[in-house]
Design a protein around this ligand. Structure first.
Ligand code: GP9
Ligand code: MN
Length: 420
């Protein structure tokens, strides 16, 4: 148990929010509808194909007076893709350097968001129209106490409403409403979309925007499916209103990870009007949409600060007014001023307020220019912290260290008491 003590001290010093912002409890007792939007990257927002917006609904939504939008929000996933993003959001911990935690450590002790929400009288559920055992979700969800998982068998898939990976997003949302309505309130429900997934195939008659024209078939096809999913979200919001669920809920949209890998850098550079995609650009392309829509809030704004999936759990708890004094998280709620100042990627790259560090190169975050050797030294202390943090997170997972941690009391407190 001594390593967990060390980790606890680190977290208390570095990631614990020392004060409550004015956002604490703003969404108290509201339902939370969390939508994990498959492969949606930030560059898609506000981009156009032949003069047409790709994501008109999300573009409007992020500007809404009821929406808090984070344009510098990064995904932090690795090989576990969607399952990594789920793991990060649920636990405010990093995914593993290899494989998927959902597969390799599904039986560990966690203090995951659904468990905490359950204890706070929330009903918790997941909606995803794929095979339940994909990414070992059934096992992990059970361990972290989701009350209900609606998988493939909860939906009616026909040749008309399916393609590619299965049931299309519009049918997925539409068929989910009856289950959502039947849930006890307040609830936390996670929706995982599927249509906008590699290889981004969409039947012609369902495409409402042109393909792009480049040497990458993947990038070309990315836009019509992105538009399709944007339309499905618009319909979902309307269905929530029609079902009387909208007013009492907050709706969170988050991109799970990139959709366009670096294999398509050439086409991507063409699309963005750049000569090439540098390691700096690559990191910046890992930004994914993150917006929190609070009907009736009217205080909506854009927070430009750097943020990541690691911050989602503490942020949601903060909005819901849930205090967990001894919870351990590597992220921080996004409304506090007192944050650690960097977002770590699984491969050791990071983004800080001033720098972007990748491939051992320190870039100026503002300009994208490599900084002078002297200045680059400023990246080193951050790099050390990033490596330390990733290592701590790995230790917790590999050693199942939360078995030795008391989430009610906190370890240090317990230790002090036993020393008396
Ligand atoms: C599978 C879906 C896609 O159920 O979530 O997973 P991904 O390939 O993106 O990890
Ligand atoms: Mn995914």
């Amino acid at each position: 148990g001594s390593e967990i003590n060390e980790i606890e001290s680190y977290m208390r010093d570095n990631t614990e929010s020392k004060e409550k912002s004015e956002m604490f409890g703003v969404a108290k007792d509201k339902n939370v509808i969390f939508v994990s939007v498959e492969s949606m990257q930030n560059f898609t927002l506000d981009s156009k194909i032949n003069g047409e917006e790709v994501t008109p609904f999300m573009n409007d939504l992020k500007e809404s007076k009821d929406t808090i939008f984070f344009p510098n929000f990064y995904h932090q996933t690795a090989q576990g893709k969607t399952s990594d993003s789920e793991f990060i959001v649920e636990n405010s911990m990093y995914p593993l350097p290899r494989g998927s935690v959902y597969f390799t450590h599904a039986q560990n002790e966690y203090n995951a968001l659904p468990e905490i929400l359950n204890e706070n009288d929330y009903y918790t559920s997941v909606f995803h129209a794929n095979n339940k055992s994909f990414w070992n979700r059934d096992v992990m969800y059970d361990n972290i106490s989701y009350d209900k998982f609606h998988g493939e068998e909860s939906y009616e898939a026909t040749p008309q409403n399916s393609f590619g990976w299965g049931l299309e997003d519009k049918a997925f949302f539409e068929q989910s409403i009856k289950y959502l309505k039947a849930q006890e309130e307040p609830f936390y429900s996670k929706f995982i979309t599927l249509t906008h997934h590699f290889p981004f195939e969409l039947p012609e008659d369902k495409a409402n925007i042109d393909k792009y024209d480049s040497g990458s078939r993947t990038l070309n096809h990315y836009f019509p499916t992105a538009r399709y999913t944007d339309e499905s979200l618009e319909q979902f919001f309307q269905q929530l209103k029609d079902a009387g669920l909208y007013e009492d809920s907050i709706i969170v949209l988050m991109g799970d990870h990139y959709g366009i890998s670096e294999y398509h850098n050439k086409a991507m550079a063409q699309f963005l009007g750049k000569e090439e995609i540098t390691p700096y650009d690559h990191v910046q392309l890992q930004r994914v949409p993150f917006m929190i829509h609070i009907p009736g809030y009217e205080g909506g704004k854009q927070y430009d600060k750097i943020a990541g999936q690691i911050d989602v759990k503490p942020t949601l708890m903060h909005l819901l007014g849930i205090e967990e004094e001894n919870d351990l998280s590597f992220g921080t709620d996004l409304f506090t001023e007192d944050r650690k100042g960097y977002i770590a990627m699984r491969d050791g790259s990071f983004v800080s307020d001033k720098y972007v560090y990748s491939d051992d190169i320190c870039y100026d975050r503002e300009t994208g220019e490599q900084v002078s050797e002297e200045q680059a030294e400023a990246c080193q202390p951050i790099k050390e912290k990033v490596d330390k943090e990733l290592g701590y997170s790995d230790s917790i997972i590999y050693g199942d260290l939360f078995r030795f941690y008391n989430f009610e009391e906190g370890q240090q407190q317990e230790k002090e008491e036993s020393e008396e």
